[in-house]
Design a protein around this ligand. Structure first.
Ligand code: SAM
Length: 206
C-alpha cells in the first residue's frame, strides 16, 4: 500500500490524488465538532491533509489494524498545528470490541475490498456500537453497482485483488454493502461519484 524510503514514513501515492475530492465531501457531511474515528488509516496521510482543513472543531482519531502502521501515521500527523489529530490507536475492524466507546463520525477509506468480508461486517457492527442516531459512517473506494463493475479498470483491479487473496475483492454496493449496512442499523444517505471510478458512500445511523 505504501512505500518507505530511507527511514521516512511510508507514503501512499493514491492519497495525493484523492485527498482533495474526499475533503470536499467530508466538509459538508461531517459534524462541526466531536470526534471522527478513521478506520484503516494506512499511512495517515488522509488524516494529515483533511483534518486541519475541516471547518469547525472536529477531532480526528486515526486507527489501524497493523501495529507497524501506527508510527507512520503519527509521523505524518504530528505537524497538525491545531492538534486536532490524536495519536493513532490499534483497532481491527473485525474485533467485537473496539478501544473507543463513542464517536461522532466514522470514516473508512479503501479497506473493505482489501480485507476479508468480515472486516466490512465488523466495521458496520463496531460503527453501530459507537455512533449515535444520525451520525455519519462514510466509506470511500471502488464498488460494483447492481452486481457489475463500473469500469474496465475496476474489473482489472478486482481480478488482481482476488488473485492476491480470494477473500478480497471489490464489493457490490446494492447487493452486499447496503444490505449489510441496513442489517447493522444504518440507512443509505448519499452516494457521491468520485474521480477514477470511486465512490464516497454516506450512511447514517438510524
Ligand atoms: C489500501 S490500505 C488503505 C489505507 C488508507 N485508508 C488509504 O486510503 O490510503 C488498506 C488498509 O486497511 C488496513 N486493514 C485491513 N484490514 C483491516 C481491519 N480488519 N481493520 C482495520 N484495518 C484494516 C490495512 O492495514 C491497510 O492499511
Amino acid at each position: 500500500m505504501g512505500d518507505s524510503h530511507n527511514g521516512l514514513p511510508r507514503h501512499a501515492p493514491a492519497t495525493l490524488r484523492n485527498r482533495e475530492s474526499i475533503l470536499e465531501v467530508l466538509k459538508r457531511a461531517l459534524p462541526n465538532a466531536g470526534m471522527l474515528l478513521e478506520v484503516a488509516s494506512g499511512t495517515g496521510e488522509h488524516a494529515a491533509f483533511i483534518a486541519p482543513r475541516l471547518p469547525g472543531r472536529l477531532h480526528w482519531q486515526p486507527s489501524e489494524a497493523s501495529v507497524d502502521a501506527l508510527a507512520d501515521i503519527d509521523a505524518h500527523t504530528d505537524g497538525d498545528e491545531n492538534s486536532r489529530i490524536h495519536p493513532a490507536i490499534l483497532l481491527n475492524a473485525s474485533d467485537t470490541e473496539w478501544p473507543i466507546r463513542s464517536a461522532d463520525a466514522v470514516f473508512c477509506c479503501n479497506m473493505i475490498h482489501i480485507a476479508p468480508w468480515n472486516a466490512a461486517e465488523g466495521l458496520f457492527a463496531g460503527s453501530s456500537r459507537i455512533l449515535a442516531d444520525a451520525a455519519p459512517m462514510i466509506l470511500y473506494g471502488p464498488f460494483k453497482r447492481q452486481g457489475r463493475h463500473t469500469a474496465p479498470s475496476n474489473q482489472s483491479f478486482d481480478d488482481d485483488l482476488r488473485a492476491r487473496n480470494p477473500c478480497w475483492g471489490v464489493r457490490c454496493l446494492e447487493t452486499e454493502v447496503v444490505p449489510l449496512a441496513e442489517k447493522s442499523g444504518f440507512a443509505l444517505d448519499e452516494i457521491v461519484a468520485m474521480p477514477a471510478n470511486n465512490l464516497t458512500v454516506i450512511f447514517r445511523r438510524v
